[in-house]
Design a binder for this molecule. Sequence first.
Ligand code: IMP
Ligand code: MG
Length: 185
Amino acid sequence: MKDELYFPSNFIDKVIITREEIETRVKELGAQITRDYDGSDNLLLLGLLRGSVVFITDLMRQIKHSITIDFMSISSYSRSESSGFVRIDADHKINIHDWNVILVDDIVDTGYTIRTVRKLLLDRSPRSLKICALLDKPDRHKVDIQIDYLGFSIKDYFVVGYGLDYDEKGRNLPYIASIKKRKKE
Ligand code: IMP
Ligand code: MG
């Protein structure tokens, strides 16, 4: 099936991470998390909607422990690149007090989103808190972020696929591709 049926292929510049590479890396991350949380209970994967959905559903099946998932919906205004203001559109349901939480996001860009959500979650006193991101763009960081479980470090591309979107499109592509951005008139 041709990709342009569900994403205009003239948008796509090049595939930078293939479906197979993602699959292998997600398995490795799952194995690492399985090892790290061996013997501990109450493991909660807390995903940020909507970008982390594809990643978290694959990752959870590679973790060989009993786990729970929950989500928060966040709007970030980091594009203005001034304040890094983040709005919570929907909060998580579980009281994280007793949980070993892994915050899961699709990509760390400026780092404002993860930094803000991390602070907010720490105020809610989880048993532990770690950060997991499929992608990281280190050249774009504005704040210091420690990512405990990282899929791939990439250059300063704007990417779509495997949950990531451009104007809500491209989330269902099975690979990660850089795009040719249209100039906003
Ligand atoms: P940050 O707060 O600047 O780190 O922004 C993180 C959020 O911006 C991510 O959770 C994504 O939703 C979005 N984002 C940043 N870079 C990209 C990209 O290349 N493709 C799609 N979404 C992106
Ligand atoms: Mg996001």
